[in-house]
Write a protein of this length. Structure first.
Length: 260
């Protein structure tokens, strides 16, 4: 049985279905291509990536970028609206991206390819609310990788976040809309909330969206990746592969290799 319950899956998919129309504006979709392309080109060349799966693809930024770099990509998400955005972007950019709706744990049932790389970006793994779900997902990733294939994960640095317990994570304005991302800290989880504020006909209107997260610490990854069949685990503080500092790095980027 899939460890992610129907209720939790529905909650995550509903959250991102609701967020999808604003996701690109909130994340700076267009500008990110210029900034991130050099780092992903280096990854593709260094690890000989010809095929990749993008787990938790959102509106498809990394799937599209990898496709532009010549990689055959399968984009996976639980949100119908996010996947619709991927298809729309791929058509506009004239690139080919395979699209699959699936939870992380069910990926092996929904794809038939063994990939050179699996990418899980954008803090996607924090939506898995137990160690059992996380381990099952990492094993799922391993099962669709070729021996010696690489897993590339980008999560927020929860070692820093849980120590500082900052509530406001970011404030971004785009096209007259302000997005405030903030946390409500619970005992073992975080209620992640996004407040959207805009003026419509001179009247300020707002929309509040929320979803539950589970903070994953660096030490959590070390143990679970080994159990899932990965080795050569390396940690970085961002996609540019800078050194990870638990107290200051914004991100925790994980690079691991499937055992041969």
């Amino acid at each position: 049985m899939d460890l992610m319950t129907e209720e939790s899956t529905a909650t995550v998919s509903d959250f991102y279905d609701s967020l999808a129309p604003d996701y690109d504006a909130m994340t700076g979709f267009t500008k990110r291509f210029v900034h991130e392309r050099p780092f992903f080109r280096l990854l593709v060349e260094r690890y000989g990536i010809g095929t990749a799966l993008d787990a938790g693809c959102g509106t498809g930024f990394h799937s599209l970028l990898l496709s532009q770099l010549g990689v055959h990509v399968t984009a996976v998400d639980v949100s119908n609206e996010m996947l619709s955005a991927v298809a729309r972007h791929a058509k506009e950019m004239d690139v080919d991206v395979g699209i699959v709706k699936s939870t992380f744990q069910h990926i092996p049932n929904n794809v038939s390819t063994n990939y050179d790389a699996v990418f899980s970006m954008g803090n996607s793994l924090a939506h898995l609310l137990s160690s059992e779900e996380l381990l099952a997902s990492l094993r799922s990733f391993a099962s669709v990788l070729k021996p010696g294939g690489v897993l590339f994960v980008q999560n927020l640095n929860y070692d820093r976040i849980m120590n500082s317990r900052e509530r406001i994570q970011s404030i971004k304005e785009s096209n007259g809309i302000t997005f405030v991302r903030y946390y409500e800290y619970l005992e073992e989880r975080i209620n992640f909330q996004i407040l959207k504020v805009q003026s419509i006909n001179g009247v300020l209107e707002h929309k509040l969206m929320s979803v539950m997260l589970r903070p994953i610490l660096k030490d959590d990854f070390v143990q679970l990746l080994r159990q899932a069949g990965f080795n050569g685990v390396k940690f970085f503080g961002g996609i540019s592969m800078e050194e990870f500092h638990s107290d200051t790095s914004r991100d925790l980027v994980v690079l691991a290799t499937k055992a041969k």
